[in-house]
Design a protein around this ligand. Structure first.
Ligand SMILES: C[S@@+](CC[C@H](N)C(=O)[O-])C[C@H]1O[C@@H](n2cnc3c(N)ncnc32)[C@H](O)[C@@H]1O
Length: 212
């Protein structure tokens, strides 16, 4: 880390809080905010995290899945165990009771592995996957949209009816089309920028609620 970066981190309240609270990244608070606003983890037992490195969303997902097993052990929808899988191009330090795959989400082989791991449809899919930004906002936006469309293909394959899908996008020219396409898959779609997202970032999360 450069001197300049380390100075910026020290001034970042989310970075400092993540260090204090044992999260692997400040992004954990983005997911906490999404949860606070949309209750995405309600009755979520089978969870897939795409672009999971270094693992802070997995940490948050596990906290909720464990609570859910006890909280929702009733006559309504529940499962006997939780299953969480994280996928990333990068290596992720293992987390107990979580399956982590080092692979590309766009590979057909990865899909097969997802299917083998979950013996049923998934309750919640969260994707914080982002392309390696090159600096040109327009090209970065288009590359991210392309990745988003690849990830959206998983809705049909793996997400259960009434399931929830969280997808990171970048705002830009093609965002509206992506938003409209997302609306075809879900009863409710919200675009949300958490406070923990850096001010100058054009990142926004699409939250698809109740898959059709
Ligand atoms: C912002 S980070 C995710 C942070 C994570 N949510 C956390 O809280 O620890 C974005 C990740 O997306 C991953 N990624 C980008 N394209 C991917 C792809 N095609 N397949 C799998 N992972 C991908 C990157 O390697 C990167 O680690």
């Amino acid at each position: 880390m450069t001197k300049n970066n380390s100075y910026k981190h020290k001034k970042d309240p989310h970075y400092n809080r993540a260090k204090r609270e044992g999260y692997r990244a400040r992004s954990a608070y983005k997911l906490h905010e999404i949860q606070h606003k949309y209750q995405i983890f309600k009755r979520a037992f089978y969870i897939l995290d795409i672009g999971c490195a270094p693992g802070s969303w997995l940490q948050v997902a596990k906290e909720h899945a464990i609570k859910n097993l006890e909280k929702y052990n009733d006559q309504y929808y529940h499962r006997e165990e939780y299953k969480i899988m994280g996928i990333d191009l990068k290596h992720v330090t293992p987390i107990d009771s979580i399956e982590i795959l080092k692979s590309n989400i766009t590979d057909p082989e990865t899909r097969q592995k997802i299917s083998n791991f979950f013996d049923d449809k998934i309750d919640l899919i969260i994707s914080d996957a982002s392309i390696n930004k090159k600096g040109d906002k327009f090209t970065d936006h288009l590359n991210q949209i392309r990745l988003c469309y690849e990830i959206i293909k998983l809705i049909k394959l793996f997400l259960k009816k009434k399931g929830i899908f969280v997808l990171k996008c970048f705002q830009g020219s093609d965002f509206k089309t992506l938003h409209d396409d997302y609306k075809k898959e879900f009863h409710i779609v919200k675009a949300y920028k958490p406070n923990a997202t850096k001010k100058k970032s054009n990142e926004v999360y699409l939250i698809g609620i109740k898959k059709k």
